[in-house]
Design a protein around this ligand. Structure first.
Ligand code: F6R
Length: 618
């Protein structure tokens, strides 16, 4: 949510690299984009409402060319409408300081009033301009050089409550100064002989370096070519560990697909295999996680699991609940991370709070797991980003190997989370003795052999089938997605995908709940997608198809239950697998149906309106 970049290069022109960094981070927000650079000792800014292409046009005048240091921003608007003037960077009155910001300054109104009373004037409606003017004013009190600016940053930000990752570019009496500070949202930095770089996430850094440093809350970093200096909240110089990033710069491209979402859907055979294959030990019918995570001692100490997450990740968590309860016999609860903190949760002794998150930076999920820890829980996570805040704050983590997910609508991260959840459920079940070696081996063999089944859902013929289903139903007034048991959350996820990328009203419902209300919605204008896999609940779900048909509704059966296909108006077949693994397969045609409906409606699939990836504010 908002992406920030910064660079100070030894030679050449800093702006093309900043633009490239913003293009990679644009998924974090696309309401506006802007850059500030120091040219011949003067701070200059270009910023435009809308997509990065608008900024690129504005940069064509060359006014920002030839500078060595700069900062950039791509915005998801929180305070103030998307407009040129509300775009970042924002400047202080001296014209010598520019600020880009990801986060929210909660007491900005109070600070703004004070600044106004002191004679400051404001151009924008943003909280960030308050920050820029406060830093600038405090700097004037401290001095005119870089050391004074750093003191001013600490003083100014000491008055701020909220969450921020900021980059500050300034022309000081002793040169050009690029600073970054973090309290909440992520910030990664890296240096090479050729430059010092900062970014909201590692994708913005990998074109420059694979060795990155994650700043901690309270850190203030100064970046120069070949040099990084970090001081902690106490003002002491500290060495933060540097980590090697596995992601490749080419991972952030579209790879020939028209959209990241489609590329990421097609990556799922690799992703699912990467997430499970090296962890499966068929000889023992068990799972081995890196570094001995979730070993017998840990698993046997768990009395209860509290799953926390948001959106798609929470849907994976709901499926994890069925898996862990069903296979390991442990009580599991799940909650929206955004709600967990606002009830009075009771955390029983022996609770493990399991955060599920692609980015590892979702503010609600981090906040909820921190609260769970305060209340006595141990924290574990399923996460896609090594080095993220969530991973660093977890005692045990299962990394999903989905690679960077750039499409705003989560696809491959979800099926990777489901794969990780199967592994975790088996590990706990084997450790607690609720699953025999043979049972473990059977399920893990099925998982390790899932790849061809996943691939079969992505052949031209299968994709065409989902496109046909999309064409048939794109004009429906609304969509109901139904599922039962472990496939109920798949229905929730199917509905969420359709809402977010095609802007069509869709509801996911537990199939058995339909007759308690939503059945009133059924008429020929309502498309009902029923997710059904062979297994103990298949017959009951079939009855729901009959009930919808009896009321004139239009049904599409998705799954491996042939008997459902026989009674539905149309169907999308899915290969047979264990019921526990069926959500992984059933999800894929639903992703494709949403994709094609969004395409038919001409929606901006990778950048759905109002959304942004990595929700780092509450
Ligand atoms: C939907 C989607 C969101 C995220 C949610 C949590 O397609 O992507 O619902 O799942 O914002 O994000 P993470 O997983 O990064 O915590």
């Amino acid at each position: 949510m908002c992406g920030i970049v910064g660079a100070y290069v030894a030679s050449g022109d800093v702006v093309p690299g900043l633009v490239q960094g913003l293009s990679v981070l644009e998924y974090r927000g696309y309401d506006s984009a802007g850059i500030a650079a120091v040219i011949d000792g003067e701070l200059r800014v270009r910023k435009r409402r809308g997509r990065l292409s608008n900024l690129e046009e504005a940069l064509e005048d060359g006014g920002l060319s030839g500078g060595l240091a700069g900062i950039g921003h791509t915005r998801w608007a929180t305070h103030g409408v998307p407009s040129d003037v509300n775009s970042h960077p924002h400047q202080g009155a001296s014209g010598r300081v520019a600020v880009v910001h990801n986060g929210i300054i909660e007491n900005y109104a109070l600070l703004k009033r004070e600044l106004l009373e002191g004679g400051e004037s404001f151009l924008s409606e943003t909280d960030t301009e308050v920050l820029a003017r406060l830093i600038d004013q405090t700097w004037a009190e401290e001095g005119t050089d870089q050391a004074a600016l750093m003191r001013a940053m600490r003083r100014a930000l000491g008055r701020v409550s909220g969450y921020y990752a900021i980059a500050v570019l300034a022309t000081t009496d002793d040169g050009t100064c690029l600073l970054a500070m973090r309290q909440g949202p992520p910030l990664v930095v890296g240096t090479t002989e050729d430059g010092g770089f900062l970014s909201s996430d590692v994708l913005g850094l990998v074109p420059h370096t694979r060795q990155v440093v994650y700043l901690e809350d309270g850190d203030l970093a100064q970046l120069e070519p070949g040099r990084l200096t970090v001081t902690d909240a106490a003002g002491d110089v500290v060495e933060r560990p540097s980590r090697e990033v596995e992601w490749d710069p080419s991972d952030s491209g579209r790879g020939g697909y028209p959209h990241y979402m489609l590329k990421e859907i097609h990556e799922q055979p690799d992703v699912i295999e990467r997430t499970c294959i090296d962890r499966i030990d068929l000889a023992s019918g068990d799972v081995r996680f890196e570094g001995g995570a979730f070993d017998d001692a840990f698993c046997n100490s768990i009395e209860r699991i509290q799953i926390l997450g948001c959106g798609t990740a929470l849907h994976a968590g709901q499926i994890a609940r069925y898996l862990i309860e069903g296979l390991a016999g442990l009580p599991v609860e799940f909650d929206f991370a955004s709600e967990f903190r606002y009830r009075s949760p009771r955390v029983a002794p022996g609770t493990v709070a399991l955060a599920i998150t692609q980015s590892g930076e979702t503010a609600d999920t981090l906040g909820a797991t921190r609260l769970a820890r305060e209340l006595g829980a141990r924290v574990a996570s399923i996460c896609n980003v090594a080095g993220s805040s969530q991973v660093r704050e977890s005692e045990a983590t299962i990394l999903t190997h989905a690679g960077p997910e750039i499409g705003v609508a989560s696809t491959k991260a979800f099926t990777a989370q489901l794969t990780a959840a199967v592994l975790l459920a088996v590990r706990i079940a084997r450790s607690r003795g609720t699953m025999s070696e043979d049972e473990g081996r059977a399920l893990l063999t099925e998982l390790s052999e899932l790849r061809p089944k996943v691939e079969s859902l992505l052949t031209q013929e299968s994709v065409a089938r989902t496109r046909d289903a999309a064409r048939t139903h794109a004009g429906a007034r609304g969509f109901l997605f139904l599922g039962r048991g472990v496939n109920f959350p798949v229905a929730l996820e199917g509905a969420l995908k359709l809402k977010e990328i095609a802007y069509v009203h869709a509801e996911g419902y537990a199939a058995g709940e339909m007759k308690h209300g939503p059945i009133a919605l059924i008429d020929p204008g309502m498309a009902v997608l029923v997710v059904n896999a062979e297994g103990p609940v298949a017959e009951k779900t079939r009855s729901n198809i009959e009930q919808v048909k009896a009321r004139g509704g239009v049904t599409v059966s998705v799954g491996s239950d042939g008997a459902s296909h026989a009674i539905a108006d149309s169907y999308v077949p899915v290969p047979r697998t264990s019921e526990w693994l069926s959500p992984i397969l059933n999800t894929i045609p639903l992703q494709l149906i949403s994709y094609h409906i969004a395409e038919i409606h001409g929606c901006d699939i990778d950048k759905p309106r109002n959304l942004a990836k990595s929700v780092t504010v509450e």
